[in-house]
Design a protein around this ligand. Structure first.
Ligand code: GDP
Length: 340
C-alpha cells in the first residue's frame, strides 16, 4: 500500500554510502595518529594500529555539510511530493544531520543509521497520541450510550466509515443506533438508511433541513431508553471553512456532548486533508481520525503530517468500500511498509 519512502530512502542512503565521484564532497578520513595513546602501548601496538588506521581510511567516511545538503535536497523533494509536512522534513533533516555530518562513520553502517533515524522519528510522531480502539472504548466505558460523532468533508467517506464502525461493533455484540445528522445534503439520509437496513441497525432521522443537533439528541434519548451501548452520529460535511457548518457541528457537540469526535478524511487528499484536520481540531476538537481510501493511496505522508499537526491518533484505515474494509492503524507496521 505505502511505499513512498522506500525509493527516496534507498537513493539517499546509496548516495551517502557510495559517493559518485572523486570530488563527491565526501572526505576520507586520514589514518589516525597514535598520539592519544601512552608511549609504551604505542610501541607494542604500532603495527596493528597502523593497519587499523589504513582500514579505517578505506571503510570510514566523513560526510561534509555541503554534500549532505546536496543529497538531502533530493530526499526533501520526494518527501514534499508525498505530502510530508515541511516542519517534519526539517526535523528529519536535523536528526540525520546530527547523526552523520562531520562524524567518522563506517560506510557499511551509514545506511542502517539513516534508516534507524527515520524510523524512530516517524514512530515518535505517530505513537505520541494514545491509540483508541472503539470496541474496547465502548465496552470499557462507564456510561451508556457512548456517543460518537463523525465529522469531515463530503465525499471523504464519513458515512461509509460510520457504517463500518457500526458493522465492527455489531460483530462484537455491541449495540448501537445511527443518527442521520446530515440534514443538509440531498440523499444523505437515504444513504445512511441503506446502511442501517443492510446492517440491521436503527437509523434516527428527521426531515431535510431539520436541526441536526435535535436529531442527535433524539438518537441519544432512543439509545438511553433501550439501553444501547453506542450512538453513531453522521454529520454534514460542507467546506470546513463554512462557518454555518462549524456552528452546526459545535451545536451538536454542545447538545449531546460526544465522548469521541472522529475526523474522517481521505488519505489521498494530501495537504488539504492536513489543513482541514487542523481546522476541525481547532474549531470543533477531535479525538482521533479515520483515514479512508488508503487502498488507493501509496503516499502515506499525509498520515505522518496529520498526526503531527493535530496531535491526535489515527484510529483506523479505510481500505475499501465493503463493511469489513476497515483496519486498525499500527504505527510500527506502517513504518515497516514505508521504510524497508
Ligand atoms: P461522505 O460524503 O464523507 O459521507 O462519503 P461517503 O461515505 O458517501 O463515501 C464517498 C465515496 O467513497 C463512496 O463511494 C464510498 O464507497 C467511497 N469510500 C469510502 N471509504 C472508502 C475506502 O476506504 N476506500 C475506497 N476505495 N472507497 C471508499
Amino acid at each position: 500500500m505505502f511505499n513512498f519512502l522506500k525509493k527516496a530512502f534507498k537513493e539517499f542512503s546509496d548516495k551517502v554510502t557510495k559517493p559518485q565521484n572523486k570530488e563527491s564532497e565526501v572526505q576520507i578520513e586520514k589514518p589516525e595518529t597514535f598520539s592519544e595513546k601512552p608511549k609504551e602501548v604505542q610501541k607494542v601496538d604500532a603495527k596493528q594500529n597502523f593497519l587499523e588506521g589504513i582500514t579505517k581510511a578505506i571503510t570510514e567516511t566523513k560526510i561534509s555539510e555541503e554534500y549532505f545538503n546536496k543529497i538531502f535536497q533530493e530526499l526533501e523533494i520526494e518527501l514534499i511530493q508525498n505530502n510530508v509536512a515541511y516542519v517534519i522534513i526539517e526535523k528529519i533533516k536535523a536528526r540525520l544531520h546530527k547523526q552523520i555530518v562531520g562524524h567518522a562513520v563506517k560506510r557499511s553502517e551509514l545506511s542502517g543509521i539513516i534508516k534507524k533515524e527515520l524510523q524512530s522519528l516517524i514512530l515518535d510522531i505517530l505513537e505520541m497520541p494514545k491509540p483508541i480502539d472503539i470496541a474496547t472504548y465502548v465496552t470499557e466505558a462507564k456510561k451508556k450510550p457512548v456517543v460518537i460523532m463523525f465529522i469531515g468533508t463530503n465525499g471523504h467517506g464519513k458515512t461509509t466509515s460510520l457504517a463500518k464502525i457500526g458493522y465492527l461493533l455489531k460483530s462484537k455484540n455491541i449495540t448501537c443506533v445511527f443518527a442521520a445528522g446530515d440534514t443538509f445534503r440531498a440523499a444523505a439520509q437515504e444513504q445512511l438508511q441503506e446502511h442501517g437496513d443492510n446492517l440491521g441497525i436503527r437509523v434516527i432521522k428527521h426531515t431535510y433541513g431539520a436541526d441536526a443537533a435535535a436529531v442527535a439528541f433524539d438518537a441519544v434519548k432512543h439509545a438511553e431508553a433501550r439501553q444501547l451501548d453506542a450512538v453513531l452520529i453522521d454529520t454534514a460535511g460542507r467546506q470546513h471553512s463554512d462557518s454555518n457548518l462549524m456552528d452546526e457541528l459545535k451545536k451538536i457537540k454542545k447538545v449531546v456532548k460526544p465522548d469521541l469526535t472522529i475526523y474522517v478524511c481521505e488519505s489521498i487528499a494530501g495537504n488539504d486533508a492536513c489543513e482541514q484536520g487542523k481546522d476541525y481540531n481547532e474549531s470543533i476538537g477531535i479525538d482521533g481520525m479515520i483515514l479512508t481510501k488508503s487502498d488507493v493511496d501509496d503516499k502515506g505522508g499525509t498520515f505522518i503530517s496529520l498526526v503531527h499537526e493535530t496531535g491526535k491518533p489515527i484510529m483506523y484505515l479505510g481500505v475499501g468500500q465493503n463493511y469489513e474494509d476497515l483496519q486498525q492503524f499500527h504505527p510500527q507496521k506502517f513504518i515497516n511498509s514505508i521504510i524497508e
